[in-house]
Design a protein around this ligand. Structure first.
Ligand SMILES: Cc1cc2nc3c(=O)[nH]c(=O)nc-3n(C[C@H](O)[C@H](O)[C@H](O)COP(=O)(O)O)c2cc1C
Length: 208
């Protein structure tokens, strides 16, 4: 049997940048932008998609959303179909990405509610994960993820860093296991601390 290879087709890369800060002038977004710019240098033909969870805010899960998620497709009413269509679009965007950059501020020891609600809309049984006899299986596979976190204090390696293990666990649950974290810490501990926190993050970005 002959294998047909189309050697003229360019190997297109899609970068999805997810901004999850609750403000426009955010350190996490600034650094995520810098990382994306660095990735664009090594992937000059890459398509960039930016999902800004502040300007395009998503609603909390509620009775209607959960009803939509748990109603079989053929039985969904118009409102439930609209809720699923929004979730499907977010999932399609995620699955189409080869590289995912997440700008993730630490708010109250965890992720922003913007990022949490995004996760709530993309975590779908049978779509982004499924349960097997061996346990849960993530269905969003084969992607490289970078998380750029910005923090006022210094929590890396301490029990109060609830953000890193949460993100690792959630991302792995949906199949995203190749995750690199970049930390900008101590941003609210004075100007010197801020500059050295930003410099450490920028050093990590330069090494990507
Ligand atoms: C609502 C809120 C909660 C915060 N909670 C924490 C925290 O738990 N730990 C911490 O180190 N810094 C905390 N900070 C400081 C932020 O992590 C810091 O300002 C960082 O730059 C936020 O990222 P951003 O600039 O992308 O919004 C908090 C800031 C805000 C606005």
């Amino acid at each position: 049997m002959m294998l047909e290879l189309n050697l003229t087709e360019p190997n297109m890369t899609t970068i999805l940048q997810i901004n999850s800060a609750a403000r426009t002038e955010a350190q996490s977004t600034l650094l995520a932008n810098e990382l994306t710019a660095k990735l664009q240098q090594s992937h000059p033909d890459a398509t960039l998609v930016v999902r800004d969870l502040l300007t395009n805010s998503l609603p909390h899960l509620d009775e209607a959303a959960l009803g939509a998620f748990f109603t079989p497709a053929e039985q969904r009413n118009a409102q439930q179909q609209a809720i699923i269509a929004r979730s499907d679009a977010l999932v399609a965007e995620l699955k189409a990405a080869d590289i995912i950059v997440i700008g993730a501020p630490m708010y109250n020891f965890g992720i922003s509610s913007q990022l949490k609600v995004y996760f709530d809309h993309v975590a779908r049984a049978g779509v982004t994960f499924r349960y097997t006899a061996e346990g849960p299986q993530g269905l969003v596979t084969g992607k490289k993820v970078y998380v750029v976190t910005a923090r006022g204090g210094k929590y890396l390696g301490t029990p109060a860093d609830l953000q890193t293990p949460y993100l690792k666990t959630f991302l792995a649950f949906i199949g995203l296991t190749d995750v690199t974290f970049i930390f900008a810490e101590g941003l609210n501990l004075g100007e010197q601390s801020k500059q050295s926190g930003l410099a450490a993050a920028r050093e990590a970005i330069a090494a990507v």
